[in-house]
Ligand binder design. Structure first.
Ligand code: SAM
Length: 216
């Protein structure tokens, strides 16, 4: 397995011994691409792919990546317009890591309910042993209408250990770590929404890390 890159909510436990300088990292629901861009600049030997159906917020960074490295460029970045429900076949088996940070809408529903068919799409783009990180930060009051609209249950550890563990397993992922961080424990996390949402006391982070099973 390729060693995990930097910029995890919590460094995942793996059997790897240190960084190898290899790997393809895919960020689904990349938003303005900040996580992809910052991580790519820090890990120039890894390749980063940001995916989002909405390309407008990506305009600034997708222009910046073509500059010379000294002027903020990053040749190890690609952005693709797509949704989690419809990931391009060209990505099959490509990812060593997949990240989903502060998802919204149908992306949130897929990872928070554990929609097996959609998660299978994510498994399809993973290599065996790839790591998946899902990070959500819902405020039960402020986000109430979206939570109700999507029919989301409270994302408790119990829910992860029972329902999500089963659904992720059916899609080919073994959840190996999970946790809830209080608002005061939010780490510095390189995504625009992490920075926007940080500091609200009623907004804990719920995260899980999973490994892509051998599907053969
Ligand atoms: C709250 S933003 C988070 C953006 C970024 N990950 C961050 O942390 O700054 C949620 C993102 O999910 C994307 N999204 C919503 N539904 C999606 C879907 N079905 N597939 C992929 N991305 C989706 C939205 O376009 C939006 O960019």
């Amino acid at each position: 397995m390729v060693a995990p890159s930097d910029n995890w909510i919590k460094p995942p436990s793996t059997n790897s011994s240190g960084h190898t300088g290899e790997g393809v990292i895919i960020d689904i629901g990349t938003g303005d691409g900040r996580f992809v861009y910052q991580s790519a600049r820090q890990n120039p030997d890894k390749f980063y792919i940001g995916i989002d159906p909405n390309t407008r917020p990506l305009e600034k960074i997708s222009e910046k990546i073509y500059r010379k490295p000294a002027k903020g460029g990053a040749g190890n970045v690609l952005f693709i317009q797509a949704a989690i429900e419809d990931l391009p076949g060209e990505l099959n088996g490509v990812a060593d890591e997949v990240h989903v940070h502060f998802p919204w809408g149908s992306l949130l529903r897929a990872v928070a309910i554990g929609e097996i068919e959609v998660l299978r799409n994510v498994r399809r783009i993973c290599s065996t042993g790839a790591l998946l990180e899902v990070v959500t930060g819902l405020d039960p009051e402020r986000d109430r209408s979206e939570i109700e609209r999507l029919g989301l249950p409270p994302l408790s550890l119990d829910f992860i250990d029972t329902v999500l563990t089963k659904n992720y397993a059916a899609a080919g992922f073994k959840i190996t770590e999970r946790g809830i961080l209080a608002a005061s424990e939010w780490p510095d996390f390189e995504t625009s929404w992490a920075k926007r949402l940080k500091g609200n006391e009623r907004r804990p982070i719920t995260y899980l890390i999973a490994t892509a099973d051998d599907t053969d």
